[in-house]
Ligand binder design. Structure first.
Ligand SMILES: NC(=O)c1ccc[n+]([C@@H]2O[C@H](COP(=O)([O-])OP(=O)(O)OC[C@H]3O[C@@H](n4cnc5c(N)ncnc54)[C@H](O)[C@@H]3O)[C@@H](O)[C@H]2O)c1
Length: 321
């Protein structure tokens, strides 16, 4: 699909980060967008940002509250979209919504683990199931599933467990790669891409916390403070002399620096994704760090989880996670 003007796109997790920037850039190219998110306020802000840039005449941008891990909510989103955009078809499906968390089978709750897995994997799978009939009705379609560098490398560093997110992102990558042939055989007018970003500057750390803890507060709970201590200890930091307020401050600083000191912005990432879709690339790596990690893991897969591999990778790509 070389041109998005006049098309209809679905974007999950359109409230902030890369989802918001995908919505803004699609709209700027004259594409109608239906977005979903768990946050009404965040979607309202995305819509406002689209509107101040002046929507092309007659263009529709609609917002829908839906948790992508719950099939009934996705089906409600699909029905609202059909009604509010007066359509029985869509052309583009961006399964973008995702959260981090549930890293450990030992220190995180099972509920927390499964929520992360069900959002990051289930959201993509159910998104495809829910919207495939509408993509089938279009003359051309494209499914864009967001995985991560953690879809081919299951780590963010030696001191941190990262099982739920990595499992889900590997599943998204495998599913999308297998979908290439399934679409070719059964719906050749639909293409698909797997997106694998490196570190992109977004609020994913604080948003994920809010989804998993079911609160809008930025304050860590006592349980989260205990987990943050464990995580710091795992990274070689002695927290014995730190107060709970110190831990809160470290967590705030970490979320801020993840967003503000990333090698790539969400807007730049969205442009890479949309350019990849236009070029019909099934494999879209986002960021120099993602390209380099891909090369390093392929060169020495047996070493990919060793300390010296991570140390040299982090130094080379400038990661300070
Ligand atoms: N930021 C990065 O460094 C990075 C790297 C690799 C992959 N990713 C992936 O990119 C995608 C976008 O992440 P981002 O960094 O822009 O994060 P973000 O937190 O800024 O945006 C994600 C949006 O999804 C929404 N969301 C969360 N759970 C949801 C649910 N269950 N249903 C519907 N909406 C939900 C959030 O409210 C938020 O608005 C995610 O799949 C993430 O895993 C991010």
């Amino acid at each position: 699909m070389k041109d998005f003007a006049g098309r209809i796109a679905v974007v999950t997790g359109g409230g902030t980060g890369m989802g918001r920037e995908l919505v803004r850039q699609l709209v700027a190219e004259g594409c109608n967008v239906a977005m979903c998110d768990v946050s009404t306020e965040a979607m309202a802000e995305t819509k406002r940002l689209c509107e101040i840039e002046k929507l092309p005449q007659g263009l529709r941008v609609t917002t829908h509250v839906a948790d992508v891990s719950i099939e009934g909510q996705l089906q409600r989103f699909r029905d609202e979209l059909a009604e509010q955009q007066s359509t029985d078809k869509i052309h583009l499906l961006f399964n973008n919504a995702g959260i981090g968390g549930g890293g450990s089978l030992f220190t995180n709750s099972r509920e927390n683990w499964e929520k992360t897995f069900n959002v990051c994997w289930g959201g993509v799978y159910l998104g495809v199931r829910t919207f495939l009939p509408m993509l089938m009705k279009a003359d051309q379609g494209h499914i864009v599933n967001t995985s991560s560098v953690n879809g081919f490398w299951a780590s963010i560093g030696m001191g941190v467990s990262h099982t739920a997110y990595s499992s889900a992102k590997f599943a998204v990558k495998g599913f999308t790669e297998a979908l290439i042939n399934d679409l070719r055989l059964n719906a050749p007018h639909i293409k698909c891409s797997v997106v694998m970003p490196g570190h992109i500057g977004t609020s994913i750390i604080s948003n994920s916390r809010k989804v998993l803890s079911g609160t809008d507060s930025d304050e860590l709970s006592p349980n989260e403070i205990a987990l943050a201590r464990q995580r710091l200890e795992g990274g070689g930091v002695d927290t014995a002399a730190m107060s709970d307020d110190d831990i809160q401050q470290i967590a705030r600083d970490r979320a801020r620096s993840f967003r503000d000191e990333a090698p790539m912005t969400a807007a730049a990432a969205a442009k890479v994704i949309l350019d990849g879709v236009k070029a019909e690339r099934w494999r879209i790596l986002v960021g120099d760090d993602a390209h380099r990690i891909d090369e390093l893991v392929r060169q020495t897969p047996e070493r990919a989880y060793d300390g010296d591999f991570f140390a040299s990778l982090a130094a080379e790509v400038g990661w300070r996670l």
